[in-house]
Design a protein around this ligand. Structure first.
Ligand SMILES: Nc1ncnc2c1ncn2[C@@H]1O[C@H](COP(=O)(O)OP(=O)(O)OP(=O)(O)O)[C@@H](O)[C@H]1O
Ligand SMILES: [Mg+2]
Length: 389
C-alpha cells in the first residue's frame, strides 16, 4: 500500500490503557497514519456516531462493555467497518469468538507492531475492494435497467405502429359506409325525408372524426414505425405554431394561455420535423400538466446563424432539486400510472441529442420550470444514422 492511500485510512484505537493507546498512536503517526482514540466500548460507539471510521483496533478485555459486545454493536450499526481485536495471550478463545461475530482478525498481546500495521492495511484493502465491487455491481444494474427501458421503448413503438395500422382498416370501412349513406341521402326519393339535414350533419361529423383518427394513426406510423430519419429544412416558428395548435385544446381546458415569441433572424434548421414536433409536444404537455389553472406558458425562440434556442417556461408546480436529477430517466414519473409513462423527457432528450443538441432544465419548486432546447443548425449527427424510436 503506497504512502498516499495510507493517509486515507480512518482509524480508531480502543483500549482502556491510555499509555498503550498513546504509544501505538505515536508509532502509527510515524508511519503516516492518523488515528482517533476511545477508552472503552461506550466511548467507541460515541466516536463512531460522530466520525466516519474505516478500521477499529480494539482490546477485548475492557471494563464495562467488553470488546466482543462492542464488536457486536459495531457490526450491527456499521457493517462496513472492519474490526481488529487484540486479545490476551491466554485468551485466543476470545479471538475466535470475535471472528464469529464478524471481526476482520485478532492479534494477541503483546502486539508486534509491523504485524498489526499489516493487518490494518489488509482490512482497508478489503473495504476498498468491496466498495469497488459494489460500484461495479451498481453500474451493471443501471446499464441493465437502461437496456430494459430501451427494449421496452422499442417494443412500445412497434406496438403503437401495429395498433395504428390495424385501426386503419375499420376506419376505412366506417368512412366508406358514411360516404354511401351520404350519397343515398342525395337521391330524389329521399328529398322529403324527415330530419334529412340532421342526418347529413351527423354523417359529416362521422367523416370529420374519421379524418382526425386517420391523421393520428398516420402520425403514429410516421413517428414510431419509421426507423429512418427524414431530414428536411424546417421553419421552426411555423412548426412550433402548428404544434401549439395541437395542444391548445388541452391548455384551454385549464384556462392556460400559451404565448409564442420569436427573436433573431431564423437560419434554416435541418432536422426531422416529426421528431422535433415530438420534442415540443412532450415539453408543452408537461408544462400544461404542471401549470396552475389560468396561468401562462411562454415559448421563446431565439435563432442565430449557428443554432436555435427554444425555451418553454411555465409558472407551475416546479421540480425539486432531487427530482431534477431524475426526470430524464426512463420511466421516472411523479404522475399516477394512468397519467404518465415517464418516457416523455427520456425520448425528448434522446431526440435532441441525436441532432447534436442539448436539453436542459432550470426549476424552482413552487415557482415554475424552464426547459431549454438548443439545436445546432448544422447538424453533427451523433449516431450511426439508425434513427431513434
Ligand atoms: N414543466 C414541468 N414542471 C414540473 N414537473 C415536470 C415538468 N416537466 C416534467 N416534470 C416532471 O418530470 C417527470 C417526468 O416527465 P416525463 O415527461 O418524462 O414523464 P411524464 O410526463 O410523467 O409521463 P409521459 O410524458 O410519459 O406521459 C414528470 O412526472 C414530472 O414530475
Ligand atoms: Mg411527459
Amino acid at each position: 500500500m503506497d504512502a498516499d492511500s495510507v493517509k486515507h485510512i480512518r482509524l480508531l484505537l480502543v483500549d482502556d490503557e491510555s499509555e498503550f493507546r498513546n504509544t501505538l498512536a505515536k508509532r502509527l503517526r510515524k508511519r503516516g497514519l492518523d488515528s482517533l482514540q476511545a477508552a472503552d466500548g461506550d466511548n467507541c460507539l460515541a466516536v463512531l456516531a460522530d466520525h466516519a471510521i474505516d478500521v477499529v483496533v480494539m482490546d477485548v478485555v475492557m471494563p464495562g462493555m467488553n470488546g466482543i459486545d462492542t464488536l457486536y454493536q459495531i457490526k450491527q450499526q456499521y457493517p462496513q467497518i472492519e474490526v481488529i481485536l487484540l486479545t490476551g495471550n491466554a485468551n485466543t478463545q476470545d479471538g475466535v469468538e470475535g471472528i464469529k461475530h464478524g471481526a476482520f482478525d485478532y492479534l494477541t498481546k503483546p502486539v508486534e507492531f509491523d504485524h498489526l500495521l499489516g493487518k490494518i492495511f489488509q482490512a482497508y484493502d478489503k473495504i476498498i475492494s468491496e466498495k469497488r465491487q459494489k460500484a461495479a455491481e451498481e453500474f451493471k444494474t443501471r446499464i441493465e435497467q437502461q437496456m430494459i427501458a430501451t427494449e421496452r421503448l422499442a417494443a412500445l413503438g412497434t406496438l403503437a405502429a401495429g395498433v395504428a395500422h390495424e385501426i386503419n382498416n375499420p376506419l376505412a370501412i366506417v368512412n366508406e359506409a358514411a360516404g354511401y349513406l351520404k350519397a343515398l341521402l342525395q337521391k330524389r326519393e329521399l328529398a322529403e325525408m324527415p330530419h334529412r339535414a340532421t342526418f347529413e350533419k351527423a354523417l359529416e361529423k362521422v367523416e370529420n372524426s374519421v379524418k382526425r383518427a386517420r391523421a393520428i394513426t398516420h402520425q403514429l406510423l410516421a413517428d414510431v414505425g419509421k426507423r429512418e430519419r427524414v431530414v428536411v429544412e424546417i421553419d421552426l416558428e411555423a412548426l412550433l405554431t402548428e404544434t401549439l395548435a395541437l395542444i391548445r385544446r388541452e391548455a384551454e381546458k385549464k384556462g392556460i394561455r400559451v404565448q409564442l415569441e420569436a427573436e433573431g433572424e431564423a437560419a434554416p434548421l435541418w432536422a426531422d420535423p416529426n421528431q422535433i414536433r415530438q420534442v415540443f409536444i412532450n415539453l408543452l404537455s408537461n408544462a400544461i400538466h404542471a401549470s396552475y389553472d389560468n396561468s401562462e406558458i411562454r415559448v421563446y425562440i431565439q435563432s442565430t446563424t449557428a443554432e436555435a434556442a427554444i425555451e418553454i417556461v411555465d409558472s407551475g408546480i416546479g421540480i425539486s432539486r432531487e427530482n431534477q436529477g431524475r426526470i430524464f430517466e426512463p420511466f421516472f414519473s411523479t404522475k399516477s400510472p394512468g397519467e404518465g409513462t415517464g418516457l416523455g423527457l427520456y425520448v425528448t432528450r434522446e431526440i435532441v441529442e441525436k441532432f447534436g443538441g442539448r436539453l436542459a432544465v432550470e426549476s424552482t419548486l413552487g415557482e415554475g420550470s424552464r426547459f431549454s432546447v438548443i439545436i445546432p443548425n448544422q447538424i453533427g449527427f451523433s449516431d450511426d444514422g439508425s434513427g431513434t424510436q
